[in-house]
Design a binder for this molecule. Structure first.
Ligand SMILES: *Cc1c(COP(=O)(O)O)cnc(C)c1O
Length: 340
């Protein structure tokens, strides 16, 4: 499971521990600190670090048995030398850039790098991967082209009697929609958290978001006609309205909005009015007369028969669900409940 960026805001260590307990065999992160954090928490499964590493970082990877990528001749030689100095064999994977134009060696130029990697005595070439640019949209044309390019590389490897170990290509979108690309392992991040990577990918049973975000009504006020609400006076009451003040804002990771978005109170939708502040926002509860101070308010998740999901909040800032999940700030305490 991919647990980068605090497992998309859920908390890397609790999520990783839970995943491992549930049978997950490997973890992946994006930075050195994330990997070391997992090791310090006593997590022993193989950890893959995406991206490129400096020579300093390679030393850590070797010491902590972290799996990193070596995608060019200079890094391959440097890491082999480091490993030989320590009399160790370093575990490495190779990334093939099949069209994302991010990390890795370009598929059409990979042969020399693969041969060099396979020839190193102190590097254990245990995996080869590629990453999709568009796997969760309806049009799979480019995803299939990337798969064709990756397969071309794999065929060359087999034809040259090189063993590249674990082959992996799929993120959550690929896992759902591109079974022909599953290979030996998939790298899912968002899906095990119960959130689909897009609105159009395949739906499977048992996927429910594990994260909800809640606050409480901190105050209730009654507006008179002509009263304005919040910084910038973005809302003006034209009649008597009852509003609730919530002690959360963009400083907690909720998008900066103006008269947009909803929260759930007493199982009902209450619209956000005015511009939300760093620490507070106001919602209209005129139609929810039963709402009281300290009632629980759901910003993200289910309440009663209604639900606000990450895609809905993402639209408020023209972004994606990933950004919303990972965007909740550290000042919102995380509370973990065991799944039933
Ligand atoms: C983030 C990431 C993933 C996970 O993607 P999801 O869509 O969350 O499943 C997989 N592979 C790489 C290289 C990534 O950077």
């Amino acid at each position: 499971m991919v647990v980068k960026d605090l497992a998309y805001g859920h908390g890397a260590i609790p999520v990783a521990q839970h995943a491992v307990k549930a049978g997950c065999k490997r973890l992946a992160v994006a930075t050195m600190d994330e990997a070391i954090g997992l090791r310090d928490a006593g997590i022993k499964v193989p950890i893959l670090i995406f991206g490129e590493r400096t020579t300093e970082e390679l030393k850590y990877c070797l010491k902590e048995s972290l799996t990193c990528f070596v995608n060019d001749a200079a890094t391959i030689k440097a890491y082999d030398k480091l490993a030989s100095q320590e009399n160790l064999r370093a575990i490495v994977h190779l990334e093939i850039d099949s069209g994302l134009s991010r990390y890795g060696v370009r598929w059409s130029e990979a042969k020399a790098v693969i041969q060099l990697l396979a020839d190193q005595k102190n590097l254990l070439f245990t995996g080869i991967m590629s990453h999709f640019a568009m796997s969760d949209e309806l049009d799979k044309t480019f995803a299939n082209e990337q798969l064709r390019r990756f397969n071309e590389v794999l065929a060359w490897i087999t034809g040259n009697n090189i063993t590249a170990g674990c082959r992996h290509m799929c993120n959550s979108g690929g896992f759902l929609d591109l079974p022909q690309a599953h290979f030996d392992m998939v790298r899912t991040g968002i899906l095990p958290l119960g959130v689909y990577p897009s609105q159009v990918c395949r739906r499977i049973q048992g996927i429910e978001p594990i994260m909800s975000v809640k606050t409480k009504v901190a105050a209730i006020r009654v507006l008179q006609p002509g009263d304005t609400v919040g910084y910038g006076m973005r809302y003006e009451a034209t009649e008597t309205r009852r509003i609730a003040v919530l002690p959360v804002g963009y400083g907690d990771g909720y998008p900066r909005v103006r008269n947009a978005g909803h929260v759930l109170i007493c199982g009902k939708r209450a619209p956000i009015i005015g511009g939300n502040a760093m620490d507070a926002m106001m919602v209209d509860i005129t139609d929810i007369p039963q709402a009281q101070v300290w009632d629980i308010v759901t910003l993200l998740g289910k309440q009663g028969n209604d639900e606000i999901n990450a895609h809905e909040i993402a639209k408020l800032k023209g972004s994606v669900s990933y950004d919303i999940l990972a965007g909740w700030r550290s000042r919102l305490p995380r509370i973990y409940k065991d799944s039933p």
